[in-house]
Design a protein. Structure first.
Length: 172
C-alpha cells in the first residue's frame, strides 16, 4: 500500500492473480509496462481478461485531482455549501445567533481550511441520489456523527450538538 492507501501491484502480482483467478479490482501499478504486456498476451490468445488499471499516482495535488474527477453533475460542483447549510438551519427555525449557526460556521471553516468543501458537495449529491431511489441511510457510524454539518446534510441522524460531540473527533 502506498501513502494514498492504494494497493501497488507488480508484474509478479498480475501473473499470480491470473493463475489463481483472483480479481485484481482497484489496484494501481508502479509501471504501465507489465499491464501492456499482459493485455497484449490476452489479445494474442483471445482471452477476455484484460486489466484496466492505473499507474501509481503520488503527486502533491493527488487529492485535489481525485475530487475533481468525481462523477456528479456540475450543478452539485457549484453548490455554495455554506449557504446551503445556513438555509437548512433557517428552515429548521434557527436564527443567526443560535448555537446551531455558530457550530455550522465553525465547522464549515474547518472543512474549508482542509480543502474538504468538494467532499461536502459530493455528500449532498449522494444523499439526494439515495433519497431519489429510496435508499435508506444509516443512523450514523464512527466519528462522522461528530459533525453537525453532516447531520444537516442528511449523511447521518445524530445531532452532535445535542450529544455534545466534538467536531475534532471527526477531523483528526
Amino acid at each position: 500500500m502506498n501513502k494514498n492507501n492504494q494497493m501497488i501491484l507488480t508484474e509478479k502480482d498480475i501473473v499470480h492473480a491470473w493463475l489463481k483467478d483472483i480479481e485484481i479490482g482497484d489496484a494501481v501499478f508502479k509501471d504501465v509496462e507489465p499491464i501492456n504486456i499482459y493485455n497484449e498476451w490476452c489479445d494474442r490468445h483471445d482471452i477476455n481478461e484484460k486489466i484496466i488499471a492505473r499507474v501509481e499516482d503520488t503527486g502533491p495535488d493527488y487529492d485535489e485531482r481525485c475530487t475533481m474527477n468525481w462523477h456528479m453533475p456540475d450543478n452539485y460542483k457549484n453548490i455554495n455549501v455554506g449557504l446551503e447549510l445556513n438555509e437548512r438551519l433557517k428552515e429548521l427555525g434557527y436564527n443567526n445567533d443560535s448555537e446551531q449557526f455558530l457550530r455550522v460556521d465553525m465547522e464549515y471553516k474547518l472543512f474549508e481550511n482542509r480543502g474538504m468543501v468538494p467532499v461536502l458537495q459530493f455528500l449532498i449529491y449522494l444523499v439526494d441520489i439515495c433519497k431519489k431511489h429510496n435508499i435508506v441511510l444509516g443512523v450514523g457510524r464512527g466519528s462522522s456523527v461528530a459533525s453537525y454539518c453532516l447531520y444537516l446534510l442528511g449523511v447521518h441522524r445524530v445531532d452532535s450538538i445535542k450529544y455534545e460531540l466534538d467536531i475534532e473527533e471527526f477531523l483528526k
